[in-house]
Design a protein around this ligand. Structure first.
Ligand SMILES: Nc1ncnc2c1ncn2[C@@H]1O[C@H](COP(=O)(O)OP(=O)(O)O)[C@@H](O)[C@H]1O
Ligand SMILES: [Mg+2]
Length: 299
């Protein structure tokens, strides 16, 4: 068993080793399709031979495990309390994707005691060498918890729809991430569109407001996903739509989006899970507050 001093050294020296890409999938407004995108993108990446871990960091009702008809018995709270190792709470989904289910413990991740931080870092050792992607399904909005997960990820994927409130809330989220955490690059998925041009228009609108009001923020449009009645149908029967409807436009577009993320992971920053949580903990130490920001019409 690794000792705590070893783990601490790794945390503070930033030792580099295998580097899974850590993505957060987030949104200003809820119900825009984050969980559907996370689950199905994880499966598409797994089908290409990638090792994927999904961290369900949303305490909302439509959780990753529910979407896939899985029933976790243990949660991250058990790990933080020292009751079991992380590998015991990980459940396996379709195509070998691994899932850390949501729980009240997720809320506590934003407020860990030093001992719990070390427990978590030790636990993550188990995965670090054997993963290509960790995808974090965050809650919606600009709560402290959501922001910590986003700030720690290497790629922040913002999901929005063509609804005006979804666009203004996406802007509000980007604004907080820029002003409070200095993040300048975001990836964009526009979901539930009636046409590709509608998706492009939403992306243009968001890009325009970000450039106009925030200046140096870059939005990389990953693509749009059409409205597809099969998606809610699949959720009802707890199946992933990319497996049931392999040839539909929605599946093809999501596959293209996953491909673009893969390309981007070959370029820019890389890190690892400990790196991710280290950044999360550092952000906590800064004690940033978002009290001055409201959703809706913040520009
Ligand atoms: N492209 C789409 N076409 C049709 N329905 C969609 C699409 N994407 C998501 N949905 C539906 O929208 C609802 C919210 O999706 P969900 O993934 O739970 O959103 P979030 O995680 O952002 O709250 C679900 O019922 C889902 O089936
Ligand atoms: Mg969700």
């Amino acid at each position: 068993m690794k000792d705590q001093a070893h783990t601490l050294r790794r945390i503070f020296e930033g030792e580099a080793y295998n580097s899974p890409m850590v993505l957060s999938v987030t949104s200003g407004k809820g119900g825009v399709g984050k969980t559907s995108i996370v689950v199905n993108m994880a499966i598409l990446l797994a089908l290409k031979g990638k090792k994927v871990l999904v961290l369900d960091a949303d305490l909302g009702l439509a959780n990753v495990d529910v979407m896939l008809g899985l029933t976790p018995k243990l949660t991250i709270k058990h790990v933080l309390d020292g009751d079991c190792p992380l590998e015991d709470i990980v459940i396996e989904g379709p195509c070998g994707i691994k899932i850390i289910p949501a729980s009240s413990g997720i809320q506590e991740l934003a407020d860990l005691q030093p001992e719990q931080q070390i427990t978590l870092m030790n636990a993550l050792d188990y995965f670090d060498h054997d993963l290509d992607y960790m995808i974090v399904d965050t809650g919606a909005g600009i709560s402290r918890n959501v922001m910590y997960f986003n700030a720690a990820a290497q790629r922040i994927v913002v999901v929005a729809t063509a609804e005006p409130t979804s666009i203004t809330d996406a802007y509000a989220l980007i604004k907080v991430m820029r002003l409070q955490y200095g993040i300048k690059r975001f990836y964009l998925i526009i979901n539930n569109v009636t046409s590709k041009s509608e998706g492009d228009q939403v992306a243009e609108k968001l890009t325009f407001v970000c450039e106009r009001f925030l200046g140096d923020v870059t939005l990389d449009m990953l693509g749009s996903i059409p409205h597809d009645k099969n998606i809610p149908e699949c959720i009802k029967v707890q199946k992933a739509f990319v497996r049931v409807h392999q040839q539909t436009e929605a599946t093809k577009r999501l596959a293209r989006i996953a491909g673009r993320l893969e390309d981007s992971s070959r370029l820019g920053t890389s890190g690892n899970l400990q790196f991710f949580f280290r950044r999360m903990l550092l952000n906590q130490a800064k004690g940033t507050s978002h009290a001055g920001y409201r959703l809706h019409g913040t520009y």
